[in-house]
Structure formats: structure tokens, C-alpha cells
Design a protein around this ligand. Structure first.
Ligand code: IMP
Ligand code: MG
Length: 171
């Protein structure tokens, strides 16, 4: 298997810093709760929270993944819920990638029902070609073509999450 670099570690670091600055400006004097979606978002989230300079709390949720396939089943299942109450607080959902949009629209609806002061979404990658919902993320690192990508948290068959760059698999 050959992996080709799509986005280098340097380009990711630069863009994550920019997003952190934007989020820092937008959440001045807010009660920020950053919600990472396990497992793919952990690398992006850990870099992002270190460049956001307003006080924040972190929590996690987990949804069902693709399993061993690269195609979504179209059904989102909640595997882990928040530990924290988000009522009247400012929630920022952090996700590795938006593809069909089903995961983020499901989570967004679920968290809305808990009456937060606000909900926004930050994704490192946006693959707009395969969208099946109207969902629009608020902060986007990079818009990418319809290729299956790995690294920087993203996996194929549970592997390659630790690659420091975003890569494409060439078989
Ligand atoms: P969505 O619900 O279709 O938007 O899918 C979002 C989830 O699908 C992400 O959290 C990823 O886990 C997974 N996913 C989508 N595209 C890719 C990819 O190119 N590589 C690895 N995982 C992906
Ligand atoms: Mg994921």
C-alpha cells in the first residue's frame, strides 16, 4: 500500500493555528465546551485546544463508524454520550471530517434538544461532493476532493490515525 501526502503536517499546523485564532475571537467571554467526536477527532482536537486561548472545558462523544468499510451505512448510532451538562453553555463540536453530513446533523440535533446557549461545528476536512444533508460546518480547515483520506486522526480499518499528515491511499 502506498500513501501519498495530500496535506502536509506544516500546512495542517498553520491552518489549525488560524482556526484557533478565529475561535478565540468568537468565544471571548463565552462558556466554551469543546466536544470531540471519538475517535477521529482526537488529534485535531488536541492541537486545536492548545491554540485556543479562552478558557474551555473538553468532553467527548462517540458515534458508530464505518466499521471495516469505506461506505457509510447511513445510520448513526450513539456509542458514548457527554459527561457534562451543556445547558446555557456554548458548545463547539470538533470533528475530523464531514462527508455525507449525517453524523454532524444527528449530533447537532441531539445537542440542540439540551438547550445550550449556542452550538457550532469545527471540522478539519470537508468533502462536499458526498453530502446528503443541508448541514454546513462553521469552521472548516480544508475542503478536499472525494478521496478516502487517512492520518491525523483518520483511519482505514482502525489504522494510520497516528500519521502526522493527511494522506491518500493508492492501491
Ligand atoms: P459523515 O457522517 O458521512 O459525514 O461521516 C463522518 C465520519 O465518516 C467521519 O467522522 C469519519 O470517521 C468517517 N469518514 C468520512 N470520510 C472519511 C475518509 O476519507 N477517511 C476516513 N474516515 C472518513
Ligand atoms: Mg469519525
Amino acid at each position: 500500500m502506498q500513501v501519498e501526502v495530500m496535506i502536509s503536517a506544516e500546512d495542517i499546523a498553520k491552518r489549525v493555528r488560524e482556526l484557533g485564532e478565529e475561535i478565540t475571537r468568537d468565544y471571548d467571554s463565552k462558556d466554551l465546551v469543546v466536544v470531540g467526536i471519538l475517535k477521529g477527532a482526537v488529534v485535531f482536537m488536541s492541537d486545536l485546544i492548545r491554540v485556543i486561548t479562552v478558557p474551555l472545558e473538553v468532553d467527548f462523544m462517540a458515534t458508530s463508524s464505518y466499521g471495516l468499510s469505506t461506505q457509510t451505512s447511513g445510520v448513526v448510532q450513539l456509542l458514548k454520550d457527554l459527561d457534562t451538562s451543556i445547558e446555557d453553555r456554548d458548545v463547539l463540536i470538533v470533528e475530523d471530517i464531514i462527508d455525507t453530513g449525517l453524523t454532524l446533523s444527528y449530533l447537532n440535533q441531539l445537542l440542540h434538544s439540551r438547550k445550550p446557549a449556542s452550538i457550532k461545528t469545527a471540522v478539519l476536512l470537508d468533502k462536499p461532493d458526498r453530502r446528503q444533508t443541508e448541514f454546513v460546518p462553521d469552521y472548516v480547515g480544508f475542503v478536499i476532493p472525494d478521496r478516502f483520506v487517512i492520518g491525523y486522526g483518520l483511519d482505514v480499518e482502525h489504522k494510520f490515525r497516528g500519521l502526522p499528515y493527511i494522506g491518500v491511499v493508492n492501491n
